[in-house]
Design a protein around this ligand. Sequence first.
Ligand SMILES: [Zn+2]
Length: 158
Amino acid sequence: MAAIHGKNTKPEMIVRHWLWGHGFRYRLNHPRLPGKPDIVMMKYRTCIFVNGCFWHGHDGCKYYTIPKTNTEFWVNKVKRNKERDNEVQRQLASMGWHSITIWECELKAAKRENTLESLSFTLNKIFLQDHSVKHYELPDEEPMMAAEESPTYNTERE
Ligand SMILES: [Zn+2]
């Protein structure tokens, strides 16, 4: 079971299904980005992390309660996870990527629709900002079509 640890967890599937159903396209676990983000949206240059409230230490959340035994161990473990999350997001930002964190508790039935609607709003806002404020150089991966030869048609009919 180790091979699928952390993959296709239910909260992540909720987000993926919703995105797909609303026309957003993504890649999973993009290998070349720091932190191997859960969901990578190339068009929006955005990584979405779906975080478990306990493992990632969701501050002020009722699902983030440190166990009464081995307290120090758990406190340190969660602290390290949070530090890693921050470092990953800092690296992504330095590469020009946006990061969006969705907490597991925000995907519970009562909050889910609001959370996902605001995710869609945020993605659209990011897209507009990135495409209206910056002045991009001409992309060189899209060659001009003018060089293409005109097709010759055989118009003779007999
Ligand atoms: Zn939470």
